[in-house]
Ligand binder design. Structure first.
Ligand SMILES: N[C@@H](CCC(=O)N[C@@H](CS)C(=O)NCC(=O)O)C(=O)O
Length: 224
């Protein structure tokens, strides 16, 4: 049994999709990050950086529970544990690993900052909205190019796709205008058609609130 500490955000969805893909037994434990539950001492013992997602695997080879935070590390662990969605051949493995790292260090943080400054910041700071918006669009363009001649990001369906998909939906959520990235759209459609992805995206539906952005107050960020 795996305890899955989470909340319905892109980083949480990565792991719910992965757990559904693997069809392993897990228990979802909501951590309401809006209410500050990520700072509870019990959760901090599992995730010292006070962020979801995190897991505790109680079914390990040595019989000792294993806790892991950081969504990229969790995806790698689950892939290794099950032998799924991460090829063992060195060339293929690092093809996947580089896109996973790219998502963790680039796509997620940049879209996250863009979302913060567009949706959550008390002040509409044009500089920050433009900086993170433009960088997010650039990264999505890189992803679109990567998908031009292959069905999935690193060839075959892998943890790189699982990591990138929830973040690829963020522009719609934050009403960030993006160019017509046709390869990206084709891949998103293929991802959305996977039953496990669908189930993973329904994580904690009772907490999935999406208030609209106040677009009237948006500055022109120059790439429309
Ligand atoms: N690099 C981390 C990022 C996790 C993250 O940013 N989690 C957010 C929700 S998407 C969170 O828990 N925020 C609560 C906080 O910062 O207090 C990962 O990929 O696991």
């Amino acid at each position: 049994m795996i305890d899955f500490y989470t909340w319905p955000t892109p980083n949480g969805f990565k792991i719910s999709i992965m757990l559904e893909e693997l069809a392993v037994e897990y228990r979802t434990i909501p951590v309401n990050i809006g209410a500050g539950e990520q700072f509870n001492p019990d959760f901090l013992r599992v995730s010292p950086n006070n962020k979801i997602p995190a897991i505790v695997d109680h079914d390990t080879a040595d019989g000792q529970s294993l806790s892991i935070f950081e969504s990229g590390a969790i995806l790698m662990y689950l892939a290794e544990k099950t032998g799924r969605l991460w090829p063992v051949d060195t060339r293929q493995r690092y093809r996947v690993a580089q896109w996973l790292m790219w998502q963790m260090a680039g796509l997620g943080p940049m879209l996250g900052q863009s979302s913060h400054f567009r949706r959550a910041a008390p002040e509409k700071l044009a500089y920050a909205i433009e900086r993170y918006g433009k960088e997010s669009v650039r990264l999505l363009g890189v992803l679109d190019q990567a998908l031009a001649d292959q069905e999935y990001i690193a060839g075959e369906y892998s943890i790189a796709d699982v990591a990138c998909y929830p973040w690829s939906l963020s522009p719609a959520f934050q009403q960030l205008p993006i160019p017509d990235f046709t390869n990206l759209k084709r891949w998103q459609t293929a991802m959305a058609a996977r039953p496990a992805v669908n189930r993973g995206m329904r994580l904690l539906p009772e907490f999935q609130h999406r208030p609209p952005v106040d677009t009237a107050a948006e500055p022109d960020i120059g790439y429309r």
